[in-house]
Design a protein around this ligand. Structure first.
Ligand code: DAH
Length: 340
């Protein structure tokens, strides 16, 4: 049996030397030290020996066992290092290799313009109000003081969905929704899409954007309207820009006006952008008609307000000197990427 022990040790040494993987090492551990392993076999068969031999052999078997355990431990450690080295090699990355270029998108000029307009008014304490693109005829026309005979209501001008439902032709119905939802003081702007039956050309599109504004409070006068919109024009087009208020007509404001700004390109002397006039029309506005305020049950003896509405495309075209509105909707990356 002594010889057998020596043999086992010898074999374990040799086989461990040749083991080339973690699995192979584990297999050897089971073969030599496992419950059914070679060493266990010998220890089991020791029962037939006398006490003295058993003691001597027992000690020797334990020595062999510790020896093999030590060898296994070393081998496991070695295999672990080999494994790690292989992993590092496999996962090696070349940090000098050029990365994947992710192409970054850009904001659409209409989005940029809406954000800029919104920023100016939000800095003046306005909140953003929202309304749907599919509106009632009532909110889009009647409530805005445009009676049944108003020319804009014509089927040839407006996209009707049914007799009472349409695609809004302006953002002004958000004024009605706001007035019906909240009491003064009110200070809101509302950017959004509008629709009209226009054949597309360089300056017309059946879908376009507006930003509406509404302010209602005690003691609001035309002076507030002029001050607010002049400040907006300076923020938007430059501090040197002057404003001009021209009388106009809108059914939902009285008095009404259109606002021109002195040409921010030539300063007023006349150029291509202002078509030689020195002035550029940018929006419509006025003092909210009492009939409109009454829709929201606003006490017209106590409160008054002003409203305004501007075309986003128009402002973007002026600012960026874009001469064809259709460019906004073609999704041509060569166009969009100029607004980085
Ligand atoms: N809704 C008008 C349009 O589409 C623009 C407008 C003019 C809005 C005057 C207003 C306003 O709120 O007071 O032409």
């Amino acid at each position: 049996m002594q010889n057998q022990l020596m043999e086992i040790l010898q074999e374990a040494k040799e086989q461990l030397k040749n083991a080339a993987s973690m699995d192979a090492t584990e297999e050897l551990r089971i073969r030599f030290l496992g419950k059914k392993g070679r060493l266990t076999e010998i220890l089991r068969s020791m029962g037939s020996l006398n006490e003295e031999d058993r003691k001597a052999l027992g000690k020797q078997a334990n020595d062999v066992r510790s020896e093999i355990e030590k060898l296994l431990e070393e081998k496991f450690l070695e295999m672990k290092l080999v494994q790690r080295a292989a992993k590092f090699k496999a996962e090696k990355i070349d940090v000098t290799e050029p990365g994947t270029v992710i192409s970054l998108g850009t904001k659409h000029p209409i989005t940029i313009t809406i954000e800029e307009i919104s920023r100016v008014f939000m800095n003046m304490g306005y909140q953003i109000a929202e309304g749907p693109e599919v509106e009632t005829v009532f909110n889009n026309f009647d409530a805005l003081n445009a009676g049944p005979n108003h020319p804009a209501r014509d089927f040839s001008d407006t996209f009707y969905i049914s007799e009472q439902i349409l695609l809004r032709t302006q953002t002004s119905p958000v004024q009605i929704r706001t007035l019906m939802q909240q009491q003064p003081p009110i200070k809101v702007i509302s950017p959004g899409r509008c629709f009209r039956c226009d054949t597309p050309d360089a300056t017309h599109s059946p879908m376009f954007h507006q930003v509406e504004g509404l302010a209602v409070d005690e003691g609001i006068s035309m002076a507030d309207l002029k001050g607010t919109l002049s400040e907006f024009a300076r923020e938007m087009f430059g501090s040197k820009v002057r404003t001009k208020f021209r009388p106009h007509h809108f059914p939902f404001t009285e008095p009404s006006a259109e606002v021109d700004v002195s040409c921010f390109k030539c300063g007023g002397s006349g150029c291509r952008v202002c078509k030689g006039s020195g002035w550029i029309e940018i929006l419509g506005c006025g003092m909210v008609h009492p009939n409109v305020l009454k829709i929201g049950n606003v006490d017209t003896e106590r409160f008054s307000g002003f409203a305004f509405g501007m075309g986003v495309e128009r402002i973007a075209m002026l600012k960026y000197e874009i001469d064809d509105i259709r460019l906004f909707y073609e999704n041509d990356m060569r166009f969009i990427q100029q607004f980085k």
